[in-house]
Design a protein around this ligand. Sequence first.
Ligand SMILES: [Zn+2]
Length: 60
Amino acid sequence: MNEDTPHIPAMVLWGYTSGVRNLADEHFQHLLFCVECQALVDEFIDVLDEIPSSKGPEAA
Ligand SMILES: [Zn+2]
């Protein structure tokens, strides 16, 4: 087996995208250069945009 760089766990990226946790330095460095993990973050952002409750109560 080659020593490939492991991707960031999806749950970690989800937590980071939804703002409930910070990325470790190694994960942040990985995210800067990994288009696959960046694409996953983009998908999570799209999902969050479609969840009304994630934006908090919209008091008019
Ligand atoms: Zn990755």
